[in-house]
Design a protein around this ligand. Structure first.
Ligand code: SF4
Length: 258
């Protein structure tokens, strides 16, 4: 099988240096602000960020960031990466939550059909090459969508897993040459749960069945008592992340913040 290539080209070193300077400046100004203010700043059409997009999986905790966004701008751009393997419950939840929050800018980014036909015509790549499947169905799809955006916003939090403890408010996505903003970086599990209840947010229907983190159906299982929230993702394998948030390509730019 031919290897699956990333469709985007890497940014130049000078562009990465420029983005690092911007990220340091924004981190200094935004770290410690309430998440809703971080979102407000990100969508304020500043000199630093012109057209951000919020990337949402419409998963177990997605309602929090989407609700905060609805308080800032209901027409803001949101993208959902449709891998072709989502639970029916997730697709239904996406529609229900979008309606409930009055969001009008939700877009669906789909896998390139020619690429899918070339690399995964049978739809079985996830069975023994999960990294390649995520590259095809998630990473490349996001890369293509982000070509028109200079920043993206995610719901990543430090408390979610050992792979995310270094997540900062503003980072540089070196692979794509974008700023990456994580308004919930420092929120605890308890703060997420409290916010959901306080704002009566619609819950993903699979949460009540033990799915504390919801990804693609073939790669997600319920979490047992005492396990971490992402323990049900790619259960039985060493894989912990899909590659969208590959931290080897992320520069956390807070180290130099005064
Ligand atoms: S989570 Fe599983 S099905 Fe979804 S893109 Fe990754 S390997 Fe493929």
């Amino acid at each position: 099988m031919p290897s699956i290539k990333r469709p985007s080209s890497s940014p130049s070193p000078s562009e990465v240096t420029r983005l690092e300077a911007v990220a340091r400046r924004l981190n200094k100004a935004w770290s410690g602000l309430p998440a809703v203010e971080i979102l407000r700043n990100a969508f304020a059409d500043s000199a630093f960020i012109k057209n951000p997009v919020l990337v949402s999986s419409f998963g177990a905790d997605s309602a929090v960031l989407l609700h905060l966004l609805s308080l800032v701008d209901q027409s803001a751009e949101v993208v959902f990466l449709d891998t072709g393997f989502h639970f029916d419950e997730t697709l239904a939840y996406r529609s229900q939550l979008t309606r409930a929050l009055g969001l009008t800018g939700v877009r669906v980014a789909r896998v390139d059909p020619l690429e899918a036909k070339r690399h995964d015509a049978q739809g079985r790549l996830h069975r023994d090459q999960a990294d390649a499947c995520c590259q095809l169905r998630k990473v490349n799809t996001l890369n293509r969508h982000l070509r028109m955006n200079d920043a993206w916003i995610s719901g990543q939090r430090q408390a979610q897993s050992s792979t995310r403890v270094e997540v900062q408010c503003v980072e540089v996505d070196r692979l794509r040459g974008k700023l990456k903003i994580n308004p919930l970086a420092q929120w605890s599990e308890n703060e997420i749960a409290t916010y959901k209840v306080a704002n009566d947010l619609l819950e993903h229907p699979l949460v009540s069945q033990g799915f504390w983190s919801v990804g693609c159906a073939p790669c997600t299982s319920p979490v047992m008592f005492g396990e971490a929230s992402r323990a049900g993702r790619w259960r039985g394998s060493a894989k912990l992340e899909c590659g969208l948030h590959d931290r080897t390509h992320i520069i956390a730019s807070s180290e130099n913040v005064a």
